[in-house]
Design a protein around this ligand. Structure first.
Ligand code: ATP
Ligand code: MG
Length: 564
């Protein structure tokens, strides 16, 4: 008994509130004890990280309870939708690692929805209204007092049928009439005050072309589409909570399968914007390179940036499912990708801001190959050979002429280890006329190479390097946050989120990379040792690789904020 109780408790703390609802339903045998969810994007833009949360939730729940998930395009607004988006959405879901049970389009249900509208008209539950959009909104009133009924509300069934059929035939211009559900103009829920079901729109649809000139509203199409597909749990974001009575009203009055709508808090992340309208504006006004710009919060942007599907799924899992809105710190997303890439990314050395280092006692005609580990986290990734010679490139920031006490890297008189190679000692520096350091002169200790007697000698730091005569060059794109304030949407008067763009969100440098670097497979992930995670961009060519910085090795931003 006691054991059972603790087990139950343990189980309860692990379940999120949606899983609790589902487990209760399964226990009671509701929907024949089955689970069928759906992911319902409107194909009016590319998916973003917020959608990824919804995808992980809908597909994840179905996987957990051995159910199914449909992909349904909510394509009821012909003006903003396009097949380009349909294709991109499918690619993104599959890349995230999910496969839908079947693919649907709300537009496939237009005829059925139309027939159901006729049914409601015949039952006196829907009417054609000739008021303008403005008059309808005005008459709807405010929640605290009843709205005003339309003078067309009590048209006869025959007249409503005739007008609605003629609306379909295209006899009336856009905006001249709508079909409304006859519910309750005094309801405290504004969505129940005779909501619009159909509007006239003489516009071509990306799938149905010119077959229709009346289009169903979201609220009239969504629940019924769920019903047609036999969805059991219709999971959506919190803003639809107030729509739920209407969702229920249509299912009940049409006497069709009645899925359960469950709302959860949408994902918000700081330092970015997430609405498709705003993302489209960034693309159209060319503030970014496109929907897949690595600074965008879109799934294709994150992919191009070097994010892995696992890191995004882990992120969704980590933030969990809440009932109340909150803002997630973007460093959590960065943490998730770092954690995943640490396990997977092959290590390589690159120098982003080069400074010449000359080993005076190393023969000028000599070169040797040293062994480097490809990934200390995964021995099966093996080792590689890297060339070493008298002249090297090191990172400018790894040298300081007048170093403070706590600077342990290279400075005159100090020893450091060159990773995979020797211990060197800085002897002196070479400067140009202006006093800038152009080269650092060192000596090396041949006994300190790995396998040599002195190989374990301890020095305070290890730096990375490349053999100058062997290194190749590459373009490296260093991305920073797209916006320079945590909540770009919250602008002062007269400003928009565009004014909060970070002007330094992209810095391009020419870097040196290892000579063996011939892999130009887009998206391959690497760790540039001591710098960060990088991936190969699609702009790469065989003579000029282009790398995107996914994320720095450490959280530079938080550090910067603390120092500021
Ligand atoms: P946006 O407001 O960004 O344009 P949307 O809600 O209009 O997005 P849809 O294509 O209608 O985009 O969304 C498809 C699904 O993804 C819906 O179920 C929606 O609730 C969910 N979704 C959208 N944005 C988020 C988010 N930020 N967090 C969680 N789920 C989201
Ligand atoms: Mg939407």
């Amino acid at each position: 008994m006691g054991n059972e109780n603790t087990d139950e408790k343990k189980n309860k703390t692990i379940l999120n509130f949606i899983e609790s609802i589902i487990e209760e339903n399964l226990k009671n045998g509701k929907n024949d004890a089955s689970v069928h969810t759906r992911f319902p994007p409107e194909p009016n833009g590319y998916l973003h990280i917020g959608h990824a949360k919804s995808i992980c939730l809908n597909f994840g729940i179905a996987q957990k309870y051995k159910g199914k998930t449909n992909l349904r395009f909510d394509d009821t607004n012909p003006v903003k939708e396009d097949v380009e988006y349909v294709d991109a959405i499918k690619e993104d879901i599959q890349w995230l690692g999910f496969q839908w049970h079947s693919e649907h389009y709300a537009s496939d249900y237009f005829e059925q929805l139309y027939q159901w509208a006729i049914q409601l008209i015949k039952e006196g539950k829907a009417y054609v209204d000739d008021l303008t959009q403005e008059e309808i909104s005005k008459n709807r009133g405010v929640p605290t007092s009843p709205g005003i009924e339309s003078p067309y509300r009590n048209r006869s069934v025959e007249e409503n049928l005739d007008l609605f059929q003629r609306m379909r035939k295209g006899e009336f211009p856009d905006g001249s009439r709508v079909l409304r559900a006859k519910i309750d103009m005094a309801s405290p829920n504004m969505h129940m005050r005779d909501p619009i079901m159909y509007r006239i729109l003489h516009a071509s649809h990306h799938r149905t072309a010119n077959a229709w000139c009346i289009y169903p509203m979201y609220d009239y199409a969504h629940g019924q589409s769920d019903a047609i597909e036999g969805i059991t749990h219709s999971i959506c974001t919190l803003e639809f909570e107030v729509h739920r009575p209407l969702y229920d009203w249509f299912c009940e009055n049409l006497k069709i399968h009645h899925p359960q709508q469950i709302e959860f808090a949408r994902l918000n992340i700081n330092y970015t914007v997430m609405s498709k309208r705003k993302l489209l504006q960034l693309v159209q006004e060319k503030h970014v390179m496109g929907w897949d710009d690595p600074r965008m919060p879109t799934i294709c942007g994150l992919r191009r940036r070097g994010y892995t599907p696992e890191s995004i799924r882990n992120f969704a899992e980590t933030i969990g499912v809440a009932k109340r809105e909150n803002v997630i710190d973007i460093s959590l997303l960065e943490f998730c990708v770092r954690e995943d890439l640490n396990k997977k990314a092959l290590r390589t050395m690159a120098v982003l801001e080069p400074l010449k280092l000359i080993i005076d006692n190393y023969p000028s005609n000599k070169e040797e190959y040293l062994t480097a580990v490809n990934n200390p986290e995964n021995p099966t990734d093996g080792v590689r050979s890297i060339p070493f010679s008298r002249e090297l490139w090191i990172e400018r920031s790894d040298f300081m002429e007048d170093a403070p006490k706590d600077f342990f890297r290279l400075t005159p008189g100090r020893e450091v280890r060159l990773k995979y190679a020797y211990i060197i000692k800085c002897e002196n520096v070479e400067k140009d006329d202006k006093g800038n350091v152009v080269a650092v002169h060192c000596t090396y200790d041949p006994e300190t190479r790995s396998g040599m007697p002195q190989s374990n000698r301890k020095v305070k730091s290890t730096i990375h390097w490349l053999s100058a005569k062997h290194a190749k060059t590459a373009e490296v794109r260093l991305f920073d946050r797209l916006f320079n304030v945590p909540e770009p949407d919250d602008c002062c008067e007269g400003k928009t989120f565009i004014d909060n763009l970070n002007p330094n969100s992209l810095q391009i440098v020419t870097a040196f990379i290892e000579p063996e670097f011939i892999n130009t497979n887009t998206l391959s992930n690497y760790q540039f040792e001591r710098i960060g995670y990088f991936c190969i961009d699609k702009d790469s060519t065989s003579d000029k690789p282009v790398f995107n910085r996914t994320v720095a090795l450490k959280d530079m931003w938080t550090k910067k904020q603390i120092l500021a």
